[in-house]
Structure formats: C-alpha cells, structure tokens
Design a protein around this ligand. Structure first.
Ligand code: CA
Length: 419
C-alpha cells in the first residue's frame, strides 16, 4: 500500500543523491551511512526518549532493540530503479493474470462469509477487496515466502537512523511499530514485510495497522497475517475513511465515444462531468447497458492511448487509488476484482497489445525457456522477476525486439519453433 508511495518518494531523493555522486556503485550507501549523525548504539540509546514520550514501555523498547542490527541493505533497495518498464497493457496483463483470477475465484468462495460481513458492516464490495488482496500479496501467498519476507524492525531502524532526508517519516513509522508491539498485537519477530515495513495480506505500513486496522475476527488483537479477516476489514475501513469510498457505486465503465468526438476531453483532468453530460455528448457503455447514477461525476481516460480502451472513471476509482496513487495500480485492482467475480476482459483491444497468456501457456513458456537454458526458477505459470529476466535474455539471444522481458505470445511462438 503506502509502501508503493514511500518507495517512490524515497527513491527520488536517493536517486538524485546517486546521480550527483556518479561513479562507484557503493557511493550512495556510503553517503547514507555518513548521513547518520551518530553510531547506531548511541542512536538507539537516544531514541528511547522518543519512545517513552509516545508511551512505549522500556520493556517493549528493550525487547525490540536488544541485539538488533540495522539492516542497511534497505538503502540499496531505496534507490533501486524498476528493472523492467511495462506498457499499461503489459502491466495489466501481468497482474490480472490467469493465476490470480482462478485463485481469486477460489478465495471468493472460501471467504464468502467474510466478504458478506465486510460488505454489510463496512460497505466495500468484494470485487475491490479481492482486487487488493490479489495485488498486494497474491492472496497471502507472498507472506509464506521467506525469501521475500524479512523482519521490519532492522529495516525501519536503519532508515530512521541513517536516512536523513526522510528521517521524520521513518522515525514516526518506527514508533508506530513499537506501539503495535506495546499493545501486544504482535511480537517483533512476527512483524515481517517485503520491504521497509509493509506488512500482511494488504501490505500495511505500521501507521495504517495502528489507525485503520480492525479486529474483525474478534480475538482481541489486530493482526494482518494468518486469517485475512483483520487485514481485509482494515483495508476496507481505510478505503471508506481515507478514500471516501461510497457503498454500492461502480468504479466506472468501459465506454465508446462517437465518431468525431472532441479528443481534448480525454485524459484531461480538468474535464470532470456528470454521466448525464457525458451521455449527451454521445458516450455510451461499451455493452450498451445504461449508466447507473447519472448525476455522478466522471473523467474520461484512455490508459493505452488513442484507440485503446476508453474508461469513465468515477468517484470510487479514486477511492481505490488512495491506497497507492497510481492510475494503473487502481485499474489493476478494480479489473482483477471484476474478472474474479465473472466480469469480462475489456472489449476494446489495446494498441499494440495482446491477450494475457493462460496458466498452461505460461507453464509451457517457462518449461521451454528452462529447457533452452534460460532458467525461470520454476514452471508454476506465474510471471515473477526470474521469468522476466529469462524472457529478456531469450529475446536478446534471438533478436526479438524490444527485449522487454514480457512473456508474450510472440516469445511463446518463437520457443515452439525452436524446441
Ligand atoms: Ca483479530
């Protein structure tokens, strides 16, 4: 969640530092270490006063900091640039994958009672909740992977101690995390995360856990791991309280615009009109259904540019986006949720795009790649970094351009011709 935001804003600061330094790769890490004003043990001693001021007991403080080594590898993580750049349709295909849709359907059945209670008591549709759950942790799957999960206190402590630029933010999150331990909701070693502090099924930063969390299974603790009740209910709570999500409203529609439509009205944040006004301009839903809530405001967005799907984005789209301020992210959440609940893919083809490969096709692609010497680290039909790197090497090797690492139909065909 806010992890994404933080990663981005943190990277910006550190990247500019890295560019200013140029040269050796280790430079930014050294520079960061130098930003720390005192040795770590001294810092731990001094920070105790801040914890006390926040009402955290000495016993809690000691239980967290005794023997703790700051995890300075987070500095490198901070400044890492994305390894692959994806076009909007690639981003969507990879996230709204066959695997996520089919596992999402199992989870929708398995947790139907939980989703009913969230809809009734908190007011967020199961589509949206399934979308978040799938996007944030592959329905809890990544939490089981010890490769990806590490204890958050060594990371947060390293950042609070050594990241001068964002020190205030990291200090506050470290204190929030200490409060969570102090309340007895979790033991420090249970608080693991994929990066610097994002935890559980829906990747909460400590502040979200503390302020938006809900004890939805009624065991007296708010705990975003294990049973998904607290994580999903707390995220629904976030959506209503912070995103101003409105019960029962759609996120938007795929639409058709008439010939000769004024293109300046598309992808224009100033052009916010009611559905009724858009209708009068000739905009219709793609399947000819009538709009719900004609008085509601919406914007027109073409994520893939001219000729691709055209979407009317309504209030709840922006509510979903409040969890991570990226349109592509919010679109993946709502579209994944819709597909899980039986919705159709977008009708309009993406310019230069293609359909997503099925699980079977991806497994075949992974098997063929591995056989050809491009190791995908498994053939589970899911595309992670190892598969993307293998695809990119194969593309480079066989002259397929661009070598973007995207597991496409073209890559699969080339592999079929080869082995
Ligand atoms: Ca609970």
């Amino acid at each position: 969640m806010s992890l994404h935001l933080d990663r981005r804003s943190v990277s910006l600061g550190l990247l500019s530092a890295a560019f200013a330094g140029a040269g050796s790769l280790s430079w930014p890490v050294r520079a960061l270490a130098q930003q720390a004003e005192k040795p770590f043990p001294q810092w731990v001693q001094d920070f105790r006063a801040r914890a006390r001021a926040r009402g955290i007991s000495d016993a809690t403080y000691d239980s967290v900091f005794r023997g703790l080594k700051p995890d300075t590898s987070v500095y490198a993580h901070d400044r890492a640039q994305p390894e692959f750049t994806e076009k909007p349709w690639q981003y969507l295909n990879r996230r709204v994958s066959d695997w996520r849709i089919s596992v999402g359907r199992e989870r929708a059945q398995q947790y139907a009672g939980l989703f009913n209670r969230i809809e009734n008591r908190i007011g967020v549709d199961r589509n949206v909740m399934l979308g978040y759950w799938g996007m944030e942790s592959a329905f809890g799957d990544v939490l089981k992977s010890s490769d990806h999960m590490k204890p958050i206190f060594p990371s947060l402590a390293a950042l609070a101690w050594g990241d001068k630029r964002r020190r205030k933010y990291w200090e506050t999150e470290l204190l929030n995390a200490l409060v969570i331990v102090d309340r007895g909701w979790a033991k420090p070693e249970q608080m693991t995360g994929s990066w610097a502090g994002a935890m559980g099924h829906t990747q909460w930063m400590p502040e979200v856990w503390l302020n938006m969390g809900v004890d939805f299974d009624g065991d007296g603790k708010i705990f975003p791991y294990g049973r998904p009740d607290d994580a999903l209910a707390g995220t629904a709570n976030y959506l209503v309280k912070r995103g101003k999500y409105r019960r029962g409203e759609p996120w938007g529609y795929e639409v058709r615009v008439p010939a000769g439509f004024d293109r300046s009205l598309i992808n224009n944040t100033k052009e916010r009109r009611s559905l009724d006004q858009w209708s009068r301009l000739g905009v219709t839903t793609i399947d000819g259904q009538s709009f719900r809530g004609l008085g509601d405001q919406a914007r027109l967005w073409q994520p893939g540019g001219d000729g691709g799907p055209t979407l009317l984005l309504m209030h709840n789209f922006y509510a979903v986006r409040s969890y991570n301020p990226s349109n592509n992210y919010a679109l993946a959440v709502v579209h994944l949720g819709d597909r899980i609940m039986g919705g159709a893919p977008f009708v309009t083809p993406w310019p230069g795009g293609e359909r997503a490969l099925s699980i079977a096709e991806l497994q075949e692609l992974q098997t063929r790649l591995t056989y050809a010497g491009f190791d995908t680290s498994g053939t589970d039909g899911r595309v992670g970094p190892a598969t993307m790197r293998a695809v990119r090497s194969f593309q480079q090797h066989s002259g397929i351009k661009p070598a973007d690492g995207y597991a496409s139909l073209e890559v699969l065909s080339a592999l079929r011709r080869m082995n």
